[in-house]
Design a protein around this ligand. Structure first.
Ligand SMILES: [Zn+2]
Length: 101
């Protein structure tokens, strides 16, 4: 993603991704704040990806193990392994940014 103030390319590291409260980021070049906009379409894409990538394995885990905790564990595992990296990629490559202040 590029800073809307100075157009510097800001790499979205995992540290920056998890520290960004309400999608607010601090540009390391100019020090100004900007926000990643979660559009409705990117939210729907993420929701569908979550159902496919984490919901379906959880359903499979439920029918294989008949155990509530395996189902929750499979869901959380696939959210962490597949959905969070996809959300970070959406933030970094797809979602628009706008200046704050
Ligand atoms: Zn900047």
């Amino acid at each position: 993603m590029n800073c809307p103030h100075c157009d510097e390319k800001v790499p979205l590291t995992w540290g920056r991704y998890f520290k960004a409260a309400f999608q607010h980021h601090l540009c390391p070049s100019c020090g100004k704040r900007f926000k990643v906009i979660v559009t409705a379409s990117s939210f729907v894409v993420l929701l569908v990806a979550t159902v496919i990538a984490a919901g379906m394995p959880a359903v499979v885990a439920f029918f294989l193990a008949h155990n509530f905790w395996y189902t929750i564990g499979a869901y959380v595992f696939f959210v962490v392994v597949l959905v969070l990296p996809f959300d970070r990629w959406l933030d970094s490559h797809v979602r628009p940014v706008k200046p704050v202040d």
